[in-house]
Design a protein around this ligand. Structure first.
Ligand code: 5GP
Length: 193
């Protein structure tokens, strides 16, 4: 949707298990919000679509694009490479869109350090016992990997002070409402941006 004004980058980030992807899916129900499709070298999961969920690249392709300066930020997350493409971001801002990046903490802090203008929102798990339960429920990790993820989440949690806003995801509806409010989505279309 274009209003003739410049758009805005909104970075949603937080530890794995914080519920940030669920929140982003809800935000994307609003036609004013557009999703930044990242590039990744990880394998496609069942139900994922190339070009919609991610641009799935080989390590070689990813490195070539990185050397070419195609990524505004990139990071290695659990052994796979992920990067935000610069071109679509610039186009979206030009077109007046609210451009949503769902990225990890390393990537968000890279953008912040670059002084990339935008709104930086940290999604925090309510507490670490709840995070452990969420990661256990996902049941995709071995105990060693689970401990590693919890340790990483604790390190990432300390970085929350570098963001513009921290939203505690203790209740999904409440967290979605809070983020929508921060993004100005509660105002009628074209206002509050
Ligand atoms: P998943 O593989 O589960 O989709 O994502 C793993 C992690 O990578 C999540 O924390 C997700 O937010 C993060 N991620 C996805 N795309 C990007 C990206 O373009 N850059 C960075 N730095 N992290 C990303």
């Amino acid at each position: 949707m274009s209003t003739g004004e410049r758009g805005r980058m909104v970075v949603i980030s937080g530890p794995s298990g914080s519920g940030k992807s669920t929140i982003c899916k809800r935000l994307l129900e609003d036609p004013r919000v557009c999703f930044s499709v990242s590039a990744t070298t990880r394998k496609m999961r069942p139900g994922e679509v190339d070009g919609r969920d991610y641009h799935f690249l080989t390590v070689e392709e990813f490195k070539q694009r990185s050397a070419h300066g195609d990524f505004i930020e990139h990071a290695e997350v659990y052994g796979n490479l992920y990067g935000t493409l610069r071109g679509p971001l610039e186009d979206a801002i030009e077109k007046g869109q609210l451009y949503l990046l769902e990225i990890d903490v390393q990537g968000a802090l890279q953008l912040k350090a670059l002084g990339e203008p935008g709104q930086y929102i940290f999604i925090a798990p309510p507490d670490f016992e709840e995070l452990r339960r969420r990661l256990e429920r996902r049941n995709t990790e071995t105990p060693v990997v689970l401990e590693r993820r919890l340790h990483k989440a604790a390190d990432e949690y300390r970085e929350r002070t570098k963001y513009d806003h921290v939203v505690v995801n203790d209740d999904l509806e409440h967290a979605v409402a809070q983020v929508r409010g921060l993004m100005g989505l509660d105002a009628p279309a074209g206002k509050g941006r």
